[in-house]
Design a protein around this ligand. Sequence first.
Ligand SMILES: NC(=O)c1ccc[n+]([C@@H]2O[C@H](COP(=O)([O-])OP(=O)(O)OC[C@H]3O[C@@H](n4cnc5c(N)ncnc54)[C@H](O)[C@@H]3O)[C@@H](O)[C@H]2O)c1
Length: 271
Amino acid sequence: MNLFDIKNKVIVITGGGGVLGGEMATYLLANGAFVIILGHRDTTVNSGLEKLKKISDNVSGYVCNALDETSLKEVSDKIIAKHGKIDVLINAAGGNMPGATIGVNQTIFDVNIDDFKKVVDLNLFGSILPAMVFGKEMANNKKGVIINVSSMTAQSAITRVVGYSASKAAIDNFTKWLSVELALKYGEGLRVNAIAPGFFIGNQNRDLLIDKETGNYTDRGDTIIRNTPMKRFGETDELNGTIHYLCADASKFVTGVVLPIDGGFSAFSGV
Ligand SMILES: NC(=O)c1ccc[n+]([C@@H]2O[C@H](COP(=O)([O-])OP(=O)(O)OC[C@H]3O[C@@H](n4cnc5c(N)ncnc54)[C@H](O)[C@@H]3O)[C@@H](O)[C@H]2O)c1
């Protein structure tokens, strides 16, 4: 028996046209899964699909707002009509907004509370709603895996990113809460876990970590490297092994965990 067999698993990835979701989609598709990418913009979904179709035809994509229950339900019905099941949901849609981040010369008293709320909405409810809609199909089938995307900002305070941190801390708690709820009420076939990526250069943090003018690390980028025992940023394909493990039967007794993929950042005191 191959504990890591993911062939023919039906895997839905919200934000599958983004940097991390796109990397996961590429890997899972290349390893024999049926992949469905969702995104709220047709341009992102279409460009994601174009790249993924070069790997395999076992991919489809839908424009779908992770915050809109009706839109999620419509897509879920289409997936069930086509595949008859949903094996895995990866909640990779998420992000930050400038107003929810404290500027270099600002304090918490300058935060834009509307942006703060939008960031919590996207990261928290943008994972809760897909988990409710796609998770219901999994519950009907008594089998399914949900993977949320947390962050290093959830466990200890990382300066400036207040809204994002609060939303990711809530994701950690929701991951544990939902894992308990689904296992108790629908059995051991339902599992909910999260990954906590360390620092990867992406669209949302590039400007904070790399100086636009010089291309050198910013002071913040330098501080992160100093506090990462492996002394580098992560490469997006370094999430794939953990994602594969969590999707597969290799992890079938694992639920309610948040797995750091961070080059040791969360283990290190800095001293
Ligand atoms: N890049 C990093 O270093 C890093 C580190 C830790 C955690 N994360 C988390 O990983 C996840 C993916 O990050 P990324 O760097 O790939 O970001 P990204 O911006 O490249 O991708 C996010 C995708 O989500 C989509 N999206 C946004 N709002 C949506 C909505 N309402 N409905 C559907 N889709 C929506 C966007 O179109 C985009 O394609 C996020 O939750 C992010 O917080 C990223």
